[in-house]
Write a protein that binds this ligand. Sequence first.
Ligand SMILES: [Cu+2]
Length: 160
Amino acid sequence: MHLHRYEKWWLTFGTGALVVFLVVIGIGAFHQEHQPPSSVKTINYEQVDKIAPFNEPGLKKVAGKEWEYELVVVASAFYYAPVEAEIPVGSRVKIIATTKDVVHGFEVAGTNINMMLEPGYISEYVTTLNKTGEFLVLCNEYCGTGHHTMKSMIKLVGDE
Ligand SMILES: [Cu+2]
């Protein structure tokens, strides 16, 4: 079969681009541990305040799990509860979050923590927080007039 020279170039370019994209996705998924949020657990979003663990937002030390702390976050227009969390640096933390009203985007600036919070779903993410300092938690999903004021703070304290 005869292929025109330009056609060969395009086939090479197309195949090469595919390989490059797969490598980029592979590095993100396996090396940097980026994963899609696991929105598999559901919740009645009108009852969030009454349902454990969301009736008590905040940081809790847990035992016998693969992580040492659980950070329970409730988002609503236009607040995060808790407003602030202090976490010992280097600990393995499971973030468990949901929203009481509309879609919010839970992002911890300067880290790879970025979850969409959807009404009726629980978003979870397990991570190890290794850098000391203050990390701004913001909302990256436009949720209404007070969207830009929606923030919280995670303080990683202790020795590195
Ligand atoms: Cu928002």
